[in-house]
Design a binder for this molecule. Structure first.
Ligand SMILES: [Zn+2]
Length: 329
């Protein structure tokens, strides 16, 4: 939501509270403690006294915002600014946008990332069809080739593999001439030294990405089994050795990126473009991301990518998450 629309829709704290109440309770406001609809009038502090249990109730009680001292309006603006920032933003930029202290902006952003991470769980067993899988290394220098972990592959082998899978009805290059053209590799590479992140994207669909301690077949296999819904799917990867036994669990085609990026529609362009967003975002915006926090940053980009077609959904979805009821005592 742009800022003008946002300030028209939510001009006051009360307008935000009423919207939040609709999200949490539906048409009629209820007591957060006993669920009674028998409430007194709204007090000057915007809370209600419950006429059934006698407690003072508000929409944030027992939610993720239970302990917040920040106004709902500030939360609404933070959610809007963050979901609109296509390349991500730093806590410093958020601080400037919503006029809070740096530590407050930092912890708000952190909370929202956790909620995005939680939301990403719906991608489990959700990918199917043609799935590109690839690994990247956050913070690394390009050095992928000459690495003994990658086995060179001949084009004839790849032709045989593509023919075999296409016979099953998969079409790697459905949109004609350019999609199926062969793009040879002139130079390509990616880091090997830093934190490995593995991603899988369904063609024209959603992405998942996880930090992986070591890129072993066992770990890669676990990830495929976690996220792929249909047995009748096909995986495209590069020729990294860890993928060698993938055929045991899923149909699989490898492309040797040392020779070409794309061949008859077999490529990992979708996951590569996701890596490009991650690299620009994480390396550019967040100058120092600790390894412990890296999964949260990755989750933010996954979340944004999977909602790229409709950012309005993100706004409502994150508000809903913020107002999810938790057992807080
Ligand atoms: Zn009550």
């Amino acid at each position: 939501m742009d800022l003008i629309k946002l300030s028209n829709t939510f001009p006051t704290e009360l307008s935000c509270i009423e919207y939040a109440e609709k999200i949490r309770f539906g048409k009629k406001v209820k007591c957060a403690y006993c669920n009674s609809e028998n409430l007194g009038r709204r007090n000057a502090d915007n809370r209600h006294k419950c006429l059934s249990c006698g407690k003072s109730t508000s929409v944030t009680i027992n939610t993720n915002l239970h302990d917040t001292r920040i106004s709902l309006k500030t939360w609404f603006y933070a959610v809007s600014v963050i979901t609109d920032a296509k390349k991500g933003m730093s806590a410093l930029q958020l601080q400037r946008n919503i006029n809070v202290s740096y530590p407050t902006a930092f912890s708000m952003y952190h909370k929202l990332r956790e909620l995005m991470m939680d939301n990403n769980k719906k991608e489990v067993k959700n990918l199917n069809g043609i799935i590109e899988m690839d690994e990247t290394f956050i913070g690394g220098k390009p050095r992928k080739f000459g690495n003994p972990c990658f086995e060179p592959m001949r084009r004839e082998e790849l032709d045989k593999e593509i023919d075999r899978v296409e016979k099953k009805g998969f079409d790697f290059a459905p949109l004609g001439k350019n999609k199926g053209k062969c793009t040879e590799n002139s130079k390509r590479g990616r880091g090997t030294q830093n934190i490995p992140v593995v991603g899988m994207v369904e063609r024209n669909g959603n992405v998942v990405a996880e930090v992986m301690k070591t890129l072993t077949y066992e770990n890669l296999k676990k990830m495929v089994m976690k996220y792929v819904k249909e047995e009748k799917s096909v995986l495209i990867t590069d020729n990294y050795k860890g993928y060698n036994s993938m055929k045991k669990i899923i149909d699989h085609i490898k492309i040797d990126h040392k020779q070409m990026y794309s061949y008859r529609g077999v490529n990992s362009n979708s996951i590569e473009s996701f890596w490009a967003i991650i690299e620009r975002g994480i390396m550019g915006q967040y100058h120092s991301v600790s390894p412990e926090k890296l999964p949260n940053y990755i989750a933010e980009f996954v979340y944004r990518y999977n909602n790229r077609k409709d950012t309005a959904i993100m706004f409502d979805e994150l508000l809903k998450k913020l107002l999810e009821v938790r057992k807080i005592k």
